[in-house]
Design a protein around this ligand. Structure first.
Ligand code: TRP
Length: 335
């Protein structure tokens, strides 16, 4: 049998993981676990690139929370590798090797750096270097596919360019050139308060009514959906609805598993209250098992840590092999 393709994805332990992350990403990965060799990494080293935002106590709790939520959403540690980036030292070492090959101009061009750095002259070097660490994450595992949002496309292009450059400069490095896996537009959940922006982890953390957190209580879910932005019409057809209503319809479609015709027959021509109430029920039902598993996992922190250690051990094995190949190609003396 042909070897399974490797999928690597990372999520920063910052902000509030939400329904969009679940339906647009984590749930799909969980459903596809048998088709790929999946590696899911909580990228805690990336989270410290804006050190002003790091409160050590919260940071530690958040890293564990995100890992537990992955498992609670159905990522099975017997099938997929889940670990914390900082537990595998090869990530930092690989970033150094790649740093030395990365033209500074490539980093100054990155739009995310420009947006995050703004006019702040005291930004950390790590923020500029963020794309190199991300390239290290991906290249260390000979990754074929990287599921990411549209906003991360430039980072994947950067990773591909860098891998080509290393392969040209150091024959034998044989870094695998990864492909992005961008979810189709329909799989994107938009903000409930503003359907023109994607539901966001960082906005959701501070702004009520923007997102539905995976750990939100039913009452909070209800409030957010019932006050979601719609329009004054009664159009509930997928191809004609305004963006706010379309967002609710799309979510209802994914969560209920019903066909579009049935959904339109049920809600078209009515006030949006009916659609919203039905959606509240679907969302609460979808989150309930996730929250139950999450509570179990946080109730046994030793178990969670043992999963993360096992994950790190497997990851280290793969990462060390790739890194040894690069070191050798570059001419380092083997230890
Ligand atoms: N930059 C990604 C984001 O903010 C997170 C990330 C870090 C990542 N390393 C990665 C994603 C490697 C995919 C693969 O969403």
């Amino acid at each position: 049998m042909a070897q399974k393709q490797r999928v690597f994805s990372g999520v920063q332990p910052t902000g509030k993981l939400h329904l969009g992350n679940y339906v647009g990403a984590i749930k799909q990965w969980a459903d596809n676990q048998d088709a790929y060799d999946n590696i899911f990494c909580v990228v805690d080293l990336h989270a410290v690139t804006i050190p002003e935002n790091v409160d050590p106590k919260q940071f530690r709790a958040k890293s564990l929370e995100v890992a537990a939520l992955y498992l609670a959403c159905g990522i099975d540690p017997d099938k997929s590798t889940v670990f914390l980036q900082s537990h595998v030292a090869e990530h930092s070492e690989m970033a150094w090797l790649l740093n030395c090959v990365t033209p500074l101009g490539w980093l100054y061009r990155m739009t995310q750096f420009k947006a995050k750095a703004g006019s702040n002259e005291s930004v950390g070097t790590g923020l500029l270097d963020y794309p190199v660490l991300m390239a290290a994450d991906i290249l260390l595992y000979d990754t074929h596919r990287v599921p990411v949002g549209e906003d991360q496309k430039q980072h994947i292009e950067f990773t591909r360019d860098l891998a080509q450059r290393v392969n040209n400069m150091f024959p034998g490095a044989d870094l695998v050139i990864p492909e992005p896996m961008i979810p189709p537009a329909g799989a994107r959940v938009m903000g409930l308060d503003d359907p023109m922006v994607k539901m966001s982890k960082s906005i959701g953390e501070t702004k009520k009514g923007h997102s539905i957190g995976l750990l939100d209580a039913p009452g909070t879910v209800k409030k957010a959906i019932m006050s979601a932005q719609t329009d004054s019409g009664n159009e509930a057809r997928f191809d004609h609805a305004g963006p706010g209503v379309r967002n609710l319809l799309d979510l209802y479609e994914v969560l209920s598993g019903q066909g579009r015709e049935a959904i339109e027959a049920e809600f078209h021509g009515q006030g949006y209250g009916k659609l919203k109430k039905a959606l509240v029920e679907q969302v609460v039902a979808a989150l309930e098992p996730v929250q139950t598993r999450y509570a179990e996992l946080t109730g046994s922190p030793d178990y969670l840590l043992s999963i993360l250690r096992q994950g790190a051990e497997r990851a280290r094995g793969i990462a060390a092999t790739t890194q040894a190949r690069l070191r050798d190609a570059m001419g380092f003396v083997a230890p």
